[in-house]
Structure formats: structure tokens, C-alpha cells
Design a protein around this ligand. Structure first.
Ligand code: NAP
Length: 249
């Protein structure tokens, strides 16, 4: 298999840590010029410094995906410095869990604005360039929760299910331009997001995972790298689960 991404510009959102950070590293190693963003400048700078040690070209910018002005500002720099984006990984995401009866409107809005509208903002910012080039890859990081729901995560589940509808619609719109759009649905992955899960819940989760462990960000990054490569050129509009068998259990 040839995952050679030389000559491609890849933008990974929410890449200061976790799945996004691993995806950026894997795409960089595959030869892409990589742009990483997240809200916090210091976090982005630290990740950029670590990635730069690997060689290749990596740029970092602070960008809040939920804020279309921030996205447009960053896209201007990226266009000037790197040229049009070929590969977009809409990875930035947050949780604000609560039972619906107790959930504040702000927690609903923040999760939808980041996880769903963020993908809209970033995709809008890159799509014309991809259409012009007649090549592009949009990869949306959804979740098993978007496929099956979860008590206490109505906002997160709605945002991740929304991403799936967004992905399938984009795939249909953009296939004639040789642009693919796919989503991945990770289960439990070892990151800061799942580090918040209390020990008792974690033990229960492990019992439900046929492979008996949480996944690693690197395992998710490998799937992302495949889906954005030429090797996956005939895959579009799909949702690929990466969950240790959780959804089949
Ligand atoms: P994480 O470790 O918490 O990392 C989230 C990243 O998103 C950070 O870089 C964070 O950086 C950035 N971010 C948050 N809000 C942002 C915003 N408004 N604009 C730009 N960047 C923002 O989470 P993760 O586990 O790697 O999750 C990555 C993605 O995978 C998320 O979409 C998540 O929903 C999804 N996912 C994770 C799991 C899992 O088990 N971990 C399972 C299924 C799906 P700043 O704080 O600096 O902004």
C-alpha cells in the first residue's frame, strides 16, 4: 500500500493533542505538508515544536472552529503560506455531558457549535480550492455515540449524528468533483477526553468492548491516513467504526 501524501496540504483541526495530534503526525510522516490548529496558541505551539522534530513541513495556528471569522482568518494565512488545502480532517470536538433535564442551553450550543458547525465552517473554507483542483478529502471525526446515542450525551450524540448526515450529503454533492467525504466513528480511545471517565464507568465500558481495551490515538490516525490517501479513492459517504467491536457486541 502506498500512503504517499507528498505534495498534499492537510489541515487537522483540534490537533494539539489526542486523536488530532496523532493524525497530524501520521500525515506528516506520509509526506503531507500539515497545518495544525486548536483554540489555545500555547498548546498548538507545543505540538508544532514536537512535530517539527520529525522533519517535513508543519504549521500551527490558533483557530476556534466554532467561530467562522477565526476560521477565515486562519485560512488566509494557510492559503498564502501553503496554498489550497487538499485534505481536511474535521477532528476538533468537545463534550459537555449532562442529562437533558439538567442540561443548560449553553452546553447544548457549545457542543453543536464546535462539533457540527465547526465542521461546516472549516469545510466551507476549503471546498472551493478542492473543487478547482478536482481532488479533495474530507474526513469527519464522528463517534459511536452518533450512531447509537448515550444517556447524558444528547448534545454530543446530536452533533456526531449530524456530522454523519453532513458527511453523506457532502459525498453526494462532491463526488462529481473527485472529492470524497467520509466519517469515522471511534469508540473509547485513550485521550484527555476519556481520561475524565470515572474508574467505575471505565471498568463497565471495558466489559462491553470485545477486544477488551480502549483504542489508541495512533490506531485511529492510521485509519484516517488511509481514508485520505489515494488508496481510498473509491470510498465515499461511509461511516467506518473503529471501536474494538463495541457496536457489534
Ligand atoms: P481531546 O484530547 O480532548 O482533544 C480535542 C482537541 O480539540 C484539542 O486539540 C482541543 O484543543 C481541540 N478543540 C476543542 N474545541 C475546539 C474548538 N472550538 N476549536 C478548535 N479546536 C478545538 O479529544 P480527542 O479524544 O482527541 O477527540 C478528538 C475527536 O475525536 C473529537 O471530535 C471527539 O469527539 C472524537 N472522538 C473521541 C473519542 C475518544 O474516545 N477519545 C471517541 C469518539 C470520538 P484546544 O483546547 O487547544 O482548543
Amino acid at each position: 500500500m502506498n500512503l504517499n501524501l507528498a505534495g498534499k496540504v492537510a489541515w487537522v483541526t483540534g490537533a494539539s493533542r489526542g486523536i488530532g495530534r496523532s493524525a497530524a503526525e501520521t500525515l506528516l510522516k506520509a509526506g503531507a505538508r500539515v497545518v495544525i490548529t486548536s483554540r489555545n496558541q500555547e498548546n498548538v505551539d507545543a505540538a508544532q515544536r514536537e512535530l517539527a522534530v520529525l522533519g517535513g513541513s508543519v504549521g500551527g495556528f490558533a483557530c476556534d472552529v466554532s467561530d467562522s471569522a477565526s476560521v477565515q482568518r486562519v485560512m488566509k494565512y494557510v492559503l498564502d503560506k501553503y496554498g489550497p488545502v487538499d485534505i481536511l480532517v474535521n477532528n476538533a470536538g468537545v463534550t459537555k455531558d449532562n442529562l437533558l433535564a439538567l442540561m443548560g442551553e449553553e452546553d447544548w450550543d457549545e457542543v453543536i457549535r464546535t462539533n457540527l458547525k465547526g465542521a461546516f465552517n472549516c469545510t466551507k473554507a476549503v471546498i472551493r480550492g478542492m473543487i478547482k483542483k478536482r481532488w479533495g478529502r474530507i474526513l469527519n471525526v464522528s463517534s459511536v455515540i452518533g450512531l447509537k446515542g448515550n444517556a447524558g450525551q444528547a448534545n454530543y450524540a446530536a452533533s456526531k449524528a449530524g456530522l454523519i448526515g453532513f458527511t453523506k450529503s457532502l459525498a453526494l454533492e462532491l463526488a462529481p468533483r473527485n472529492i470524497t467525504a467520509n466519517a469515522i466513528a471511534p469508540g473509547f480511545i485513550e485521550t484527555a477526553m476519556t481520561a475524565k471517565i470515572p474508574e467505575a464507568e471505565r471498568a463497565k465500558a471495558l466489559e462491553r468492548i470485545p477486544l477488551g481495551r480502549f483504542g489508541s490515538p495512533q490506531e485511529v490516525a492510521s485509519l484516517i491516513a488511509f481514508l485520505v490517501s489515494d488508496e481510498a479513492g473509491y470510498i465515499t459517504g461511509q461511516v467506518i467504526s473503529i471501536d474494538g467491536g463495541l457496536l457489534t457486541a
